[in-house]
Design a protein around this ligand. Structure first.
Ligand SMILES: *[C@@H]1O[C@H](CO)[C@@H](O)[C@H](O)[C@H]1NC(C)=O
Ligand SMILES: *[C@@H]1O[C@H](CO)[C@@H](O)[C@H](O)[C@H]1NC(C)=O
Length: 107
C-alpha cells in the first residue's frame, strides 16, 4: 500500500502532461500521507470503463477502444496504448466517479 502511494506521488511530481495521454488515474486526497493526492483504484476503474464506452465523435479522444485497466504493476492505471485519453475528458470522468482529482501522463 505504501509503495502504491509513493509511486502515485512520484508520478504527480513528474508532472508530464499532454493533451492526449496513454495512462491516467483518478486520485483522492489522503490525509494520512503528507496530504497528497494518491491513486484511487475504485474511481480509476469506474472512469476507465466509462471512457472505454465513450463515443462522442470522430476525434482521437472521442473514443477509447483500447482503454483498459493495467493491474499488473504496483500501481494501477487506465491505459490507452494508442493515446485516446483526453486530459480534460479524463478529469471529468474521474469527477463523475467521485474522485477528488486526477492525473494523466503522455508518452
Ligand atoms: C472500493 O471498492 C470496494 C469494492 O467495491 C469497496 O469495498 C471499498 O469500500 C471501496 N473503497 C473506497 C475508498 O471507496
Ligand atoms: C483534473 O486534474 C487537473 C490537474 O490537477 C485539474 O486541474 C482539474 O481540475 C481536474 N479535473 C477535475 C474534473 O477534477
Amino acid at each position: 500500500m505504501q509503495i502504491t502511494k509513493f509511486l502515485a506521488v512520484a508520478l504527480l511530481a513528474n508532472g508530464v502532461v499532454a493533451d492526449l495521454t496513454f495512462r491516467a488515474i483518478c486520485t483522492m486526497l489522503d490525509m494520512n500521507f503528507v496530504q497528497a493526492y494518491v491513486n484511487d483504484k475504485n474511481t480509476t476503474t469506474i472512469a476507465c470503463n466509462r471512457y472505454k464506452e465513450r463515443n462522442t465523435g470522430d476525434k482521437q479522444h472521442d473514443k477509447c477502444p483500447d482503454c483498459f485497466m493495467d493491474t499488473n504493476g504496483v500501481s494501477e492505471f487506465c491505459h490507452s496504448p494508442g493515446e485516446h485519453i483526453g486530459e480534460k475528458e479524463w478529469g471529468q470522468y474521474c469527477e463523475e466517479a467521485g474522485a477528488d482529482s486526477n492525473f494523466s501522463q503522455g508518452k
